[in-house]
Design a protein around this ligand. Structure first.
Ligand SMILES: N[C@@H](CCC(=O)N[C@@H](CS)C(=O)NCC(=O)O)C(=O)O
Length: 90
């Protein structure tokens, strides 16, 4: 299956946002995603124990939001939003 997203060089990107609904920082990222028209898969760590386990094992922290980019964690809402705005293409 081809990726919906690409980096600036046109290479496919696999993206997933680890989040939960009541997190204000997650809501900021979700608002940016809506504004960019990016339909990025969500992994809700409060509803899905396997998502929480993946976040902690791979990311090293249970902090959300965390954007997984080709399996690599990117923490901090401001950094995630900047990354989406500047590096990601549909
Ligand atoms: N500076 C971080 C703050 C993120 C943050 O504080 N996230 C909270 C939820 S709103 C969190 O992950 N807390 C740990 C937890 O819920 O276990 C950002 O902007 O992303």
């Amino acid at each position: 299956m081809s990726s919906q997203f690409q980096d600036r060089q046109g290479k496919p990107l696999s993206l997933a946002l680890y989040m939960y609904d009541s997190c204000a920082y997650c809501q900021r990222v979700l608002a940016a995603m809506r504004s960019l028209g990016f339909d990025i898969p969500l992994r809700n760590i409060r509803k899905d124990p396997s998502a929480l386990a993946e976040l902690v094992q791979t990311g090293g922290s249970r902090q959300v939001p965390c954007l997984f980019v080709n399996g690599q964690p990117l923490y901090e809402s401001a950094d995630i939003i900047r990354y989406l705005q500047t590096e990601v293409r549909r």
